[in-house]
Each structure stands twice: as C-alpha cells, then as structure tokens.
Design a protein around this ligand. Structure first.
Ligand code: CA
Length: 223
C-alpha cells in the first residue's frame, strides 16, 4: 500500500514517514500544496494524509481539486487544534476522516487502516482468504495459524493482493503500489517477489493470468 504524506512541518513529516514504514507502507512526501496536488493527481495512492495548513496551496484547495478531477483515494486530513470549522470545510471538500493535531501515531495508523480497508470494501482489520490471514494491525500474515516470515516487499505485494482478492492485478499496478516514487523501480522484481510468496503460501493461491497479471484465488469462488 502506497501512501502520500503531505505535511510541511519537517519533524512531523519524518515521524509520519517512519511510522508508516514500520507499519509496512511505502510513502511519498510533499511539503507544499502544489507538489501535493501534482502527486495526488498523477500517482495511484492507496490513501493520503493531508495537512490543511500548507505553503503555496492550502490543503482544502488541494483536496477540492483532486475531487473535482475525479480522484477518489481516501484522504485523512490533519487539522489544527480548535479548527472545527476546518474539519467541516475539509469533510465538505471530500475528506474521509480527520485527526486534530497533536495526535497519537497509533490512532493515525488505525484510522489509515480503516480508510484503506473500507476503500476496498473490507469491514474487518483481519483480511482472510482461505487459510491465509493478514492482520493489518500488526502487518502479520499467517497460514492455518502459522506465521509467515515475509520480507517488507513480499508483505507489500501480499497485502495489496489481499486488499483486492479475486481481482486481476497487473505487474505495473503492483509496482506502483509497493514502491515509493523515488525508488528505482524494476517490474521484473515483482516476478521475483511473487515466486518467493508462492513458495511460502499454499499451492495455487496466487494465479497467473496470462498477459494480464496476478490474482489471489478466492477459495470456493470461481471467476
Ligand atoms: Ca502545516
């Protein structure tokens, strides 16, 4: 899952980046509204954390422009203390949730998980696919209760597939959701991650759809 962090305060931006990385996400960062608008308009984020008080273009304007252009990714806004009118304006502009500064990082991560799973139509923090269980609260995967030992890239691939079960996911989709923008991306490595995951998962869980990509097989469901 790939997140855009928009925050002009360097310390908080760094704390957010660190917490997201520890939780298994990749993140791009922007410290002003113009760059934020460009990134959110051109990259396929799974969620955005958007501070409202920003240089060059304020957060509400950024959000309005995204929504007007049909960008539907979940957006969590960060508002100043006592900024209830900001919250109202933010929600009216298309925010999905808000947090008031200062906040606890654990709460931010919980709200982010909820936004991402709701965007994928999942009600629970635990995603299940047959014997495979992914607990998004602690970034752990198990098969029949046995913990899987996954590298961070393998986890990101598996997490993206599990948020989209039964859907065909192309290699380029996976690349865009498992790497940050400044990373030297190589779509061939996706094949390597898939091959390694297949060795760790029950047989036939990850199907190859020839010429299109990969699909997490939903037990009992044939598509
Ligand atoms: Ca700010």
């Amino acid at each position: 899952m790939r997140i855009l962090i928009v925050e002009d305060e360097p310390t908080l931006q760094a704390q957010l980046a660190e917490a997201l990385a520890a939780a298994g996400y990749v993140a791009d960062r922007a410290d002003n509204g113009v760059d934020a608008h460009f990134l959110g308009d051109s990259e396929p984020y799974d969620a955005v954390i958007l501070d409202l008080g920003l240089p060059r273009m304020d957060g509400i304007t950024v959000l309005r422009k995204w929504r007007a252009a049909g960008r539907t990714m979940p957006v969590l806004i960060l508002t100043a203390r006592d900024g209830w009118h900001e919250k109202v304006a933010g929600i009216d502009a298309g925010a999905d949730d808000y947090l008031t500064k200062p906040f606890h990082m654990e709460e931010l991560l919980a709200r982010l998980r909820a936004l991402i799973r709701r965007a994928g139509g999942h009600a629970s923090a635990e995603l299940a696919c047959g014997p495979l269980l992914l607990d998004t609260r602690n970034s752990r995967a198990t098969v029949d209760g046995q913990a899987l030992s996954l590298t961070s890239h393998e986890y990101r691939v598996l997490s993206y597939l599990m948020h989209h079960p039964g859907e065909v996911i192309s290699r380029s989709d996976l690349v865009e959701h498992i790497y940050a923008q400044d990373f030297d991306r190589d779509s061939n490595t996706v094949e390597v991650f898939i091959a390694r995951l297949r060795k760790k998962l029950p047989p036939d869980m990850i199907e190859t759809v020839r010429g299109l990509g990969y699909r997490l097989a939903v037990p009992g469901g044939k598509e």
